[in-house]
Design a protein around this ligand. Structure first.
Ligand code: GEK
Length: 259
């Protein structure tokens, strides 16, 4: 099976496999980023998000354009730090870049700090267990929101973007990657079904797909691409563009000031 499509039916013996929703659960609790999820997260996210590895890889490439020597990068909702790892790889030529990862999940943050210390021993990295809505942001050059905004209540999204915009230096960039939905009902239904086909092709059973969907129902609320772009422009970004889409997942790049 080709890995370039993010279809990963073959399991890797070194990565614990996600089977959280594989048995019938009497009472489905809302999805939370606890220890159980953190322990299987790399497998879960790769088998669930079409284009995940492409988005992470390209996030690093985009970073190279916007982060100068001495710059600062925030990875918000960092989980296990995969986005930061990709960015650090592309910024090898810069010695003094400050990385800050933020996540509300203690289980994720603890693991993230360990993974980054092991893989990036010479880097300046701070891993904070904190809510991205309440953080005091320092001036920065790049902000990464890969699959995190969708977990905030919709009314909190615009105020967060305004706070992030204030923190960005002129010429700085924001990347937002998200699950999206569509205004056109036919497009919405087809891409929704194709995403389920994608998960099935990656080894999830119908029961796993359905139980996870129920657990996520009130926790993850998606926007349309139009809502994302409008919100970015309303915030004040001089440029906002969708640079990636794979089924119902997309990524957006916004620039503050000249680009
Ligand atoms: C990756 N970016 O691998 N404040 C801080 N963190 C939060 C908040 C909040 N208010 N709400 C949710 N989170 C990562 C993947 S996962 C996406 C990001 C997914 C955190 C939450 O704890 C989780 O770790 C992360 O956002 C979302 O590229 O699992 O679909």
């Amino acid at each position: 099976m080709s890995h370039s499509t993010d279809l990963n039916t073959a399991s890797s013996p070194s990565i614990p496999r996600d089977a959280i929703f594989a048995t019938p659960l009497d009472k489905l609790a809302s999805f939370s980023f606890d220890e159980q999820v953190a322990s299987v997260f790399p497998d879960m996210i790769k088998r669930s998000i079409p284009g995940y590895s492409h988005i992470l890889g390209m996030t690093g490439v985009i970073a190279k354009r916007y982060v100068p020597e001495g710059g600062r990068i925030y990875d918000l909702g960092a989980s296990l730090g995969a986005t930061t790892l990709s960015v650090a790889q592309q910024l090898e030529h810069l010695e003094k870049v400050e990385f800050v990862t933020v996540d509300t999940s203690a289980a994720m943050t603890e693991r993230c700090a360990g993974i980054l210390a092991k893989n990036l021993p010479k880097r300046s990295i701070t891993s904070l267990c904190s809510d991205i809505r309440h953080l005091d942001y320092q001036p920065c050059d790049l902000i990464l929101l890969n699959f995190t905004l969708q977990f905030l209540p919709p009314n909190d999204r615009q105020p967060l973007l305004e706070k992030l915009y204030q923190a960005l230096r002129p010429g700085g960039a924001l990347i937002i990657s998200e699950k999206i939905h569509f205004q056109d009902p036919r497009q919405a239904q087809l891409l929704y079904e194709l995403h389920h086909d994608f998960k099935r092709a990656n080894g999830y059973s119908d029961m796993e797909i359905s139980q996870k969907r129920t657990a996520l129902e009130d926790v993850m609320l998606t926007d349309t691409p139009e809502q994302h772009l409008q919100r970015l422009l309303t915030t004040g970004f001089s440029f906002a563009s969708q640079w990636f889409q794979y089924l119902n997942f997309a990524s957006f790049l916004a620039i503050k000031g000249d680009c």
